[in-house]
Design a protein around this ligand. Structure first.
Ligand SMILES: Nc1ncnc2c1ncn2[C@@H]1O[C@H](COP(=O)(O)OP(=O)(O)OP(=O)(O)O)[C@@H](O)[C@H]1O
Ligand SMILES: [Mg+2]
Length: 322
């Protein structure tokens, strides 16, 4: 890994309108509410947080599936928010997605080989057929799908094998960034670690950069170099994996961590129980959005939005305690 920055996001916002009726009072779901972070080339940035906190929206904003309301999404120094629809094409290849449910994202009527050939036909129409076939076979093999399975359909595979095919497809155009949105959440725990190991091997072999989205901290711990913790559209802590798992600073990160079972009693974490429900993203609490559930909330937390501030090299926290 080097220090080159591949993705640099600055104060990005995305609000979804709740009502389309023109006479209704305009209300919005503040899905992403001013977040900033960067991803270095070759690293895995894990994005975690409870359901609905804006993780998938962040991924979709980066790869241009949806447009930002404001802020910058810089990819290798180009702000994609300013790029025209036409010029966007050149960024489709270097950024690819892997989804939670490969069954839904793989065309059921296509054979495995055709699923991988399709992007090549579109992007490299002049490539000889033999060469295309060789690329497809080689890549599937690397992902653990043997040549004998090329003529099968997605439904003939297990969930784990289907995710291998989904990963292979995401790599066929040799992307630089993979946005993996809950890629192992639908799989059994034993299969999860196989897929995570495969992703690590492929990262090394192809020099890939990952944005790895998951609600599951133990999965994120397995694969990430740095981690961002999201709560109701905001990033509350960004730090290295070691800092997050050994010395979490934000009360929300501490609460998320204390809910993971810890087999080693010596490493037992202090238990932090979150009170109350997650507030609605259309009407988030004032000040620090976490104050309604925070075990150590103070008066200032209701009034003032805490800025993300640097506590240590690489450890940034948005909390009035610091
Ligand atoms: N296209 C959309 N239109 C309206 N609201 C949306 C849209 N997409 C997402 N939202 C809302 O934005 C918020 C964030 O959603 P998002 O899917 O990014 O969360 P998430 O962290 O990925 O959750 P999960 O862990 O359940 O996948 C949610 O309140 C969601 O209902
Ligand atoms: Mg999601």
């Amino acid at each position: 890994m080097n220090d080159e920055i591949l993705i640099d996001i600055k104060n990005v916002k995305k609000y979804f309108p709740l009502s389309k009726k023109w006479f209704a009072e305009k209300r919005y779901v503040k899905a992403v509410d001013g977040i900033s972070f960067f991803i270095k080339k070759g690293e895995t940035f894990g994005l975690v947080g409870e359901s609905g906190c804006g993780k998938s929206t962040t991924g979709r904003l980066i790869n241009g599936l949806i447009k930002v309301d404001s802020g910058e999404v810089n990819f290798k120094g180009t702000n994609l928010a300013n790029v025209s629809e036409k010029s966007w094409k050149q960024y489709r290849k270097p950024m690819q997605m892997v989804f939670q449910d490969p069954y839904a994202s793989l065309s059921p009527r296509m054979k495995v080989k055709d699923i991988l050939l399709e992007p090549l036909l579109i992007h490299y129409p002049k490539m000889p057929r033999n060469e295309k076939k060789m690329l497809v076979t080689e890549l599937l093999e690397k992902c653990g799908i043997s040549e004998f399975h090329l003529d099968k359909y997605p439904h003939e595979f297990s969930g784990g094998q289907r995710q291998r095919i989904g990963i292979a497809r995401s790599l066929i155009l040799r992307p630089e960034l993979i946005i993996a949105d809950e890629p192992v959440s639908a799989l059994d725990v034993s299969i999860q670690s196989q897929i995570l190991n495969l992703m690590k091997d492929l990262q090394e072999e192809f020099g890939l950069t990952y944005l790895f989205i998951s609600h599951d901290l133990s999965v994120v711990e397995h694969i990430s170099d740095r981690v961002g913790v999201m709560y109701l559209g905001s990033l509350v802590e960004i730090a290295t994996k070691q800092q997050i798992f050994e010395d979490p600073k934000h009360p929300y990160t501490q609460a998320l961590l204390s809910s993971i079972p810890q087999p080693d009693p010596k490493k037992k974490r202090e238990s932090v129980i979150l009170s109350g429900e997650i507030p609605s993203a259309s009407n988030p609490p004032s000040g620090c959005k976490f104050h309604t559930r925070c075990p150590v909330a103070m008066d200032i937390c209701k009034e003032k939005v805490p800025e993300l501030q640097q506590l240590d090299i690489e450890q940034n926290v948005a909390c009035h305690l610091y």
